[in-house]
Design a protein around this ligand. Structure first.
Ligand code: AMP
Ligand code: MG
Length: 352
């Protein structure tokens, strides 16, 4: 016999009006789950100090239990107020001044108040202050820090619209706040300040160049650009999973516009699509999906996940040739997500 908790929930779509934010806050206070818009991607929100509520996130997403969650607060003072960390490092104050609220997550040594479900057994905790008005309003109204991973089923692209969340989470969560399209479109930058030197674990909207300007030396974890070697422990557990992979095979094609277009036009068939820059579309014969403009890396980040979902929506697409993003600025975040969607398959036309 099924228990009540296994029955599908009636997932309601809420607006970002103060009344609806209050409804969502009540769900959080009662230990339930809410899809929350942020400037990066939609998050799946629960009371971060309630281990039982947090464990529901893992169940709803099908997320492996060893992948820790980011804790969201509304203001810098909240880190001390809720006693989330052992000590706030000087670097966190410098970064907070420049980039919070915003798409940056800082890992610090955790205090005992953080439930094991949140930190997945690590002795650190990831903290972020989102800038999206509805996220900030929800956190304040709930009156508690909010744990929230991306609100997709594990293994699908992160959701950048409320409809994406509904497609993945209908029946699994109580409500979704519709806050429009996410402006950044890729998950937050993750930096750890819990080790000897600051280290970038995941690139995002705050760039490596900006982090280095603020802190001086910042190392880049190997997992940002490369597949983790067998047996190597991931500094950020999320990096060891094959993320965001559409059902179709995705291959990154590295080379000039002309080389890319010639390659795709001579290797396409009716089941091929090109995940390309807007400027390439007019010269390609196969189906095209635009990842934005070649020189506009913010537009690429903004569009990437929606285009990856489009690939899955079109059953006829079996193979995708993707343009290779530049790894400068926010391009590093686009490359980091795309290379995972491609299972690290890259054809370098300059080396052929
Ligand atoms: P998501 O919430 O889906 O954007 O994923 C959060 C990312 O942050 C995952 O890659 C996690 O592995 C990573 N993360 C969260 N907390 C920690 C932590 N304490 N140490 C290292 N990585 C973390
Ligand atoms: Mg995620």
């Amino acid at each position: 016999m099924q228990t009540i908790s296994n029955e599908p929930l009636n997932t309601v779509m809420l607006s970002s009006s103060p009344e609806d934010i209050e409804k969502a806050a009540e769900i959080i206070r009662n230990g339930g789950l809410v899809g929350m818009p942020t400037e990066t991607v939609y998050g799946l929100a629960a009371d971060a100090l309630n281990g039982k509520a947090v464990s529901k996130i893992f169940k709803a997403k099908g997320r492996p239990g060893d992948n820790p969650l980011i804790v969201h607060v509304a203001a810098f003072e909240d880190i001390e107020k809720y006693n989330l960390v052992k000590k706030i490092p000087q670097g966190a104050k410098i970064l907070a001044d420049k980039y919070w609220p915003g798409p940056l997550t800082i890992i610090m040594e955790k205090s005992d108040i953080i439930p094991d479900e949140v930190s997945a057994g690590l002795d650190t905790v990831a903290v972020r202050i989102p800038s999206h008005k509805s996220a900030a309003a929800l956190i304040r109204a709930a009156g508690t820090p909010i744990a929230a991973p991306s609100a997709n089923l594990s293994g699908s692209p992160s959701p950048t619209t409320a409809q994406h969340v509904m497609n993945d989470m209908k029946g699994r969560i109580e409500a979704i706040i519709d806050g429009g399209e996410c402006s950044v479109g890729v998950e937050s930058t993750v930096i750890t300040l819990a080790g000897e030197k600051p280290r970038l674990l995941r690139p995002g909207g705050v760039t490596l160049e900006q982090l280095r300007e603020a802190l001086g030396e910042v190392e880049m974890d190997d997992a940002v650009l490369h597949k983790l070697k067998d047996g190597v422990k991931a500094a950020s557990p999320g990096m060891k999973y094959k993320h965001y992979a559409p059902k179709a095979e995705v291959v990154i094609i590295k080379g000039s516009s002309k080389a890319y277009i010639d390659y795709v036009n001579s290797h396409d068939d009716e089941n091929t699509a090109a995940l390309c820059w807007e400027e390439d579309i007019k010269d390609l014969k196969c189906k095209t999906l635009s990842m934005g403009k070649e020189k506009d890396q913010e537009s690429q980040a903004h569009r990437l996940f929606d285009e990856l979902r489009e690939i899955d929506n079109d059953e006829s697409i079996k193979k995708v040739f993707a343009r290779c993003p530049s790894i400068q600025g926010i391009g590093l975040a686009v490359y980091n997500r795309l290379i995972r969607a491609a299972g690290f398959e890259v054809i370098d036309l300059e080396k052929i």
